[in-house]
Ligand binder design. Structure first.
Ligand SMILES: [Zn+2]
Length: 340
């Protein structure tokens, strides 16, 4: 019986989308997954500049700590502020005391030049010795040349690629497009529309809240041979909540499902960010075990130690003033929403 765990890992996040809350409604109500991307997320990411991104990432990192999450696997896109963007994210996380694996999502949706700049941002960031992966938005927004270039860059640095795969029906062709490119270091987010025998290597990142919110269906990731890890896809970094959602979504199709399965998926995050195993979170609840937590709302961290440093205590984050971060993030959100 313990009220202590390692630092939790959010295996798929978009720190750039933290300021989306309260954004004005899209010009037209989206009715498909592609329209959700076009009307909401692709308008938001296009409007971002580096100052907005900085405070979006700062707030996202603060909210991660507030949920006991010390490791974030981030997937980033800001097509009008590409160069330097991964460093802005890494520095914001460092300032708060959260670990991050950053990646820039290469895509051809802004032309071949946009894709090349995305590749170069990944190369610059990894080449400077920072921790990350090579990001790819998704097969359905990339040319074969861009997919190959990103895979080659990942191989060059000995890291995986972090990519959305078959999140919606628009991307059912992903297994064929990615065939021969993946390996076990790749991170394949969503997989809702993947067949059981998709043939891709890597860890499946399951984002139950996002899949519900986008009405794309249930990935049912237990059907794959791949390892499965849990993410939020940009809606916070509360991994206990993601675990509880993953459990009830599995339960919705299989009444015999046990919370131990989704607890194991949560634990896969430590294979992606092993340093978080050494972090320590003291929780408001004991015991931190799946059979309790699946049915216990409101569990929160009391103290978090990253490395040898207490980065969160009963007053909140210790390295930054959370009220100040929220105030600055609100200012940048107002700028961002005005552009929309
Ligand atoms: Zn995502």
């Amino acid at each position: 019986m313990s009220a202590t765990t390692p630092g939790l890992v959010c295996a798929h996040h978009h720190l750039y989308s933290v300021l989306a809350r309260g954004m004005p409604p899209p010009p037209k109500v989206p009715t498909t997954f592609r329209e959700i991307l076009e009307q909401i997320w692709w308008r938001l990411d296009t409007a971002l500049d580096l100052e907005m991104l900085r405070w979006s990432a700062m707030l996202g990192a603060v909210e991660a700590l507030e949920a006991g999450t010390t490791g974030i696997v981030d997937h980033h896109e800001s097509p009008n502020a590409i160069e330097g963007s991964l460093s802005v994210i890494a520095e914001a996380c460092e300032e708060v005391g959260v670990r991050v694996l950053a990646a820039y999502g290469v895509t051809d949706r802004h032309g071949a030049d946009g894709a090349a700049r995305g590749i170069e941002e990944n190369r610059r960031f990894l080449g400077e010795g920072n921790k990350g992966l090579v990001g790819i938005h998704a097969a359905f927004t990339c040319s074969d040349e861009s997919l190959s270039a990103a895979a080659d860059l990942a191989a060059e640095f000995g890291v995986g690629a972090h990519i959305h795969v078959a999140e919606g029906p628009e991307d059912v062709v992903a297994p064929g497009r990615l065939s021969g490119l993946t390996n076990n270091k790749w991170l394949l987010s969503h997989g809702v529309y993947l067949p059981d025998d998709h043939g891709l290597d890597g860890t499946i990142l399951h984002n139950p809240r996002s899949n519900l919110n986008n009405s794309v269906g249930y990935a049912n990731p237990g059907r794959f041979d791949n390892p499965v890890a849990l993410g939020t896809d940009g809606i916070g970094a509360n991994m206990i909540e993601s675990f509880r959602l993953a459990y009830v979504m599995q339960r919705s199709v299989d009444v015999t499902a046990s919370p131990e399965t989704s607890w194991d998926w949560l634990g896969t995050g430590w294979d992606l960010m092993p340093a978080c195993r050494e972090d320590r979170v003291v929780w408001s609840y004991e015991p931190m075990d799946p059979w309790h937590l699946a049915f216990t709302p409101g569990v929160r961290p009391l103290e978090i130690t990253v490395g040898d440093e207490v980065v969160f205590d009963e007053t909140g984050p210790t390295r930054v003033d959370a009220n100040e971060v929220r105030a600055r993030a609100r200012e940048q959100a107002a700028r961002l929403h005005a552009r929309l």
